[in-house]
Design a protein around this ligand. Structure first.
Ligand code: GH3
Ligand code: MG
Ligand code: MG
Length: 335
């Protein structure tokens, strides 16, 4: 495990580096609080830090406070290592955001035991974080986690002037499947579906379970026409799979609604609403098909795509667009 040692004293740094390396840690050393703070902002920052209190510039206590403010403290377990011995100092250090406190001169066996305890805590925190983000039945990201992903991707897309598309999918007539084959078969279907949905996506696309039998695909950097094709690819792939359950082999279909945010970045709620409206139209059009939210083409005219299910007559695109209430000029559904 990686560990950061922050100390202005070269002898302590060297001693810690050698003793910790002997115990299997990958040690990174820095000489002051500023360097430590910068390093701990990074995504791959060490999760453990041993921090000296007294350092020129940003002290260990200041570093702890700053980490807490920046919300990095929840990611980094900080052990304050200091010559300060009074109870008041200990209280100050812990209140500043340190997780533990070891007095100099330190005993390496005690320090190692504290590091082992810290690793158990980190393991538990990670486990809880995963549990909080994962849907229990399907193992996909849950609603709040996929919304967080989307929020991040929208912010990134706005900065980079690129697009994010989303695809909202809903299993067709799922209640009927439950009623006919039972809830267990329904659950097994959702679990299998979770795997199938990811099978036709790029590695950086993400899928979450948005509700009972609703799924949200987040496609970073994907423009509307491509997103429509992705949705169609996923739709036909799922429709052609036989899903094994204890009640036998089943087939299911989904309806999809696609929406895209581009330069004039839509807010998350607007985007999801646009996809939801498109999905609603896909259901109304007979299910097992994809509808896209209207988009601005070069002439400023809203365009819509539709794919009919095999063997089903499709309502003309123009008629569908006309039947839906879109904000003129903005190319977005009215909120
Ligand atoms: P539509 O094509 O209009 O979407 O019809 P539908 O039957 O899929 O839609 P409806 O909203 O009427 O029913 C959704 C069903 O999904 C009802 C609910 O019991 C079922 N469902 C939701 N979550 C779960 C789950 O975790 N497991 C199982 N087995 N069923 C679920
Ligand atoms: Mg449904
Ligand atoms: Mg539904």
């Amino acid at each position: 495990m990686k560990i950061l040692v922050v100390d202005d004293d070269p002898i302590t740094r060297l001693a810690l580096e050698s003793l910790l390396a002997q115990r299997g840690y990958q040690v990174i050393t820095v000489v002051d609080g500023e360097q430590a703070y910068e390093l701990l902002q990074k995504d791959d920052a060490p999760r453990l830090a041993i921090v000296d209190w007294m350092m020129p510039g940003m002290s260990g206590v200041d570093l702890c406070r700053k980490l807490r403010e920046a919300d990095c403290a929840s990611r980094t377990h900080v052990i304050m290592l200091t010559g300060k011995r009074s109870k008041e100092d200990l209280v100050t250090g812990l209140d500043a955001g340190a997780d533990d406190y070891v007095r100099k001169p330190f005993d390496i066996d005690e320090l190692h035991a504290r590091l082992r305890a810290a690793q158990r805590l980190i393991g538990l925190q990670d486990h809880m974080r995963i549990q909080a983000n994962v849907d229990e039945l399907t193992g996909l990201l849950n609603r709040s986690a996929i919304r967080d992903v989307l929020r991040r991707e929208l912010a990134h897309a706005a900065r980079e002037k690129t697009a994010v598309s989303i695809v909202l999918g809903d299993v067709d007539r799922f209640k009927q499947l439950n009623d006919t084959f039972g809830h267990l078969a329904g659950d097994a279907t959702l679990r299998r579906l979770a795997k199938l949905l990811g099978a036709r996506l790029r590695p950086y696309d993400l899928v979450g379970r948005y509700g009972g039998e609703e799924f949200l695909l987040v496609l970073p950097g994907c423009h509307s026409r491509d997103a429509f094709e992705v949705a169609e690819r996923v739709r036909t792939y799922v429709a052609n799979q036989a899903i094994a359950t204890s009640s036998g082999s089943l087939k299911i279909t989904l309806s999809f609604g696609v929406a895209t945010s581009s330069d004039d970045a839509l807010e998350l709620e607007e985007l999801v609403l646009a996809a939801d409206k498109a999905l609603y139209r896909a259901k109304a059009a007979g299910r097992n098909c994809t509808e896209a939210a209207p988009d601005q083409n070069d002439s400023g005219t809203p365009v819509s795509h539709v794919t009919a299910a095999p063997g089903r007559a499709s309502t003309p695109v123009s008629q569908r667009v006309a039947s839906h209430n879109f904000a003129r000029g903005a190319g977005r559904p009215e909120a």
